[in-house]
Design a protein around this ligand. Structure first.
Ligand code: DQQ
Length: 573
């Protein structure tokens, strides 16, 4: 067991206490002033167990599917450069979602209906055995049109070659559709009337919408009178996704499933904010529309898969293991010049199993079980205490490539500070103003990740507990503002509340996947997720540390902490 290092002089050495003039007990400790340094683009920022192509630019995950024992992941790919452009469909295959073998690009600009780019789309497995991909082509007139691609040879187990029939395009931007705002067809679903349905993201008069089409043969598509759903003022909906989740349990369902006990998720990627949001509701099969449980036209209060960097996500049904899995693009936060120096840009989030919370209010996500096969020796602690100002190093684990699971137990909620209701609208602001250095009652407590020995660089992932008028609220923050000494890197602070009853549950769990330039955090068993991209210099110098800390006045218990090194799988080598 790594010893519980009470670095009592921690505050004397690293932090200087000073009154901030707020509540009497509230004090601020300061991290060392950062000495900003100029640009470096290191290969240490390349991830070990997150999906990346061998080189060049990647953005959205496309057409993920499980077919005849093989997982396929396609992705938006520039074969020529580390910046966006020349978009084709990269392709990799796997039998375990962890190790990936690269294939030649599956779809590339070749005909008048996609000559200027093969943009995002989805796979549908028709009649259980015939895969088809619907994707957006940028045609010779630079219009966004929807096309189909089908495998050239169904007996090829890896589905390496795809053809784009000459009868494309299937759907065109006519009758009021803007040719520059009409893209990203979702996985199609089959109705009991024998017709296929698919929706395509669009923007009409500033409103985000999913335009619905129907077809009996997957070739001739007719636009339905009403869209699947529209929301005022949300801007262009990119990469919409629409799928069923059972009201109870974690099992995934085929996209066409629509029984009574099933809820529907409508996810949209908002191009203005580059964030993925979703609504829960029902699919009205008579009217062919999505009816949300709550209709709120302010997207700022819509639920999110992830409150950090996480975009253009797409789910698929894993027939073999009966689960629904999501992929998402994690863009870089360093500069285009860095991308060119590194020779690559863009990674995928760890694949996550996704299901409806037992209270029916939100989705829950958890890294796929297979990821645990990469866990190697590490640190295991039990029944440890974190007193006020406590900081201890989690030793015995590779701090740049780890999987950490920790439970924080709160012996008493008495010191929770009152919640100002205005904070509910802007948790990231709260994370900035009451960051890890600001002493509170119950928290901040959590992890300091990818930290230098003197904490000049670190990413703080932490909780605070507040007392609201009707109970307690748990805030999760992922603060990157001190993640790197490099000034040119984007370093926001992210935050969100965790939908949990801390009085009843008594403890808060945190799992964090650390993989060089990515920090993916799952709080409350996956009820709130925040992903960050970080570029610390310490990754280059190699002196990297991982700490647990408590800067609240209440002692926090750690009944269990487990941290593992993560092995490097074969990803596109
Ligand atoms: N990326 C694709 C589009 C999609 C956008 C182009 C979302 O199809 O709308 O690379 O990141």
């Amino acid at each position: 067991m790594a010893s519980f290092l009470w670095i009592l002089c921690f505050f004397c050495y690293f932090f200087v206490f000073a009154s901030n003039g707020a509540a009497a007990y509230r004090r601020v400790f300061r991290f060392p002033e950062s000495q900003e340094t100029s640009s470096i683009a290191s290969n240490q920022y390349r991830t070990a167990y997150h999906f990346q192509p061998p080189k060049n630019w990647m953005n959205d995950p496309n057409g993920p599917m499980y077919y005849n024992g093989i997982y396929h992941l396609f992705y938006q790919y520039n074969p020529n450069s580390a910046v966006w452009g020349n978009i084709t469909w990269g392709h990799s295959i796997s039998t375990d979602l962890i190790n990936w073998t690269p294939q030649d690009p599956a779809i590339h600009p070749s005909k008048s209906f996609d000559i200027n780019g093969c943009w995002s789309g989805s796979a549908t497995i028709r009649r259980g055995s015939e895969p088809a991909i619907l994707y957006t082509g940028i045609d010779a007139e630079n219009r966004q049109v929807q096309n189909v691609a089908i495998p050239k040879n169904l007996s090829d187990p890896f589905l390496r070659e795809w053809s784009t029939p000459d009868y494309n395009p299937l759907m065109e931007p006519v009758d009021g559709l803007d040719p520059s705002q009409f893209r990203d067809p979702m996985t199609a679903w089959h109705g009991s009337d024998g017709h296929w349905r698919v929706a395509v993201g669009a923007q009409i008069a500033g409103n985000g919408t999913a335009v619905l089409y129907k077809s009996s043969d997957f070739v001739h598509w007719v636009r339905a009178a009403s869209p699947l759903h529209t929301s005022k003022g949300s801007g262009m909906w990119e990469c919409p996704d629409f799928y069923p989740v059972p009201s109870k349990g974690r099992q995934g369902l085929d996209t066409s499933e629509n029984s009574k006990d099933v809820k529907r998720v409508l996810k949209m990627s908002l191009s203005e904010t580059q964030s993925d949001h979703y609504m829960l509701g029902k699919y009205d099969i008579e009217k062919d529309i999505f009816v949300p449980d709550e209709t709120v036209d302010d997207y700022r209060v819509w639920l999110r898969y992830d409150y950090g960097k996480f975009y253009a996500s797409k789910t698929f049904f894993d027939e073999e293991k009966k689960r629904r899995i999501s992929w998402a693009w994690l863009n870089e936060s360093d500069t285009e010049a860095d991308a060119l120096l590194k020779g690559w840009a863009g990674i995928q989030a760890a694949p996550r199993t996704i299901w409806l919370d037992s209270n029916g209010r939100q989705l829950v996500q958890w890294p796929v079980k297979e990821l645990e096969s990469l866990r190697r020796n590490g640190a295991h602690l039990q029944n440890t205490e974190l007193k006020t100002g406590g900081l201890f190093e989690i030793k015995g684990v590779k701090a740049s490539q780890a999987d950490v699971e920790v439970d924080f137990e709160l012996p008493s909620l008495e010191r929770a500070e009152p919640l100002d209701p205005s904070w509910l609208m802007d948790p990231p602001k709260l994370c900035r103003e009451e960051d890890a250095s600001v002493q509170g009652g119950l928290g901040p407590f959590g992890l300091l990740i990818l930290a230098s020995h003197n904490l000049e660089e670190h990413t703080a992932v932490f909780f605070r507990v507040y007392k609201a008028h009707n109970g307690y609220m748990v805030l999760l923050c992922s603060d990157q503002r001190r993640s790197s000494l490099r000034p040119e890197v984007d370093k926001p602070a992210y935050g969100s509340f965790v939908d949990m009853n801390i009085e009843k549950e008594g403890r808060i769990s945190l799992r964090t996947l650390i993989d060089h330039s990515v920090v993916e955090s799952f709080a409350g068993g996956g009820r709130t997720c925040i992903t960050a991209r970080v570029y610390p210099e310490v990754l280059v110098t190699g002196d990297i540390h991982l700490y647990a800390f408590n800067n609240g006045t209440e002692t926090i218990k750690i009944p269990k902490l487990q941290a593992w090194d993560m092995a490097k799988p074969w990803i596109n080598v």
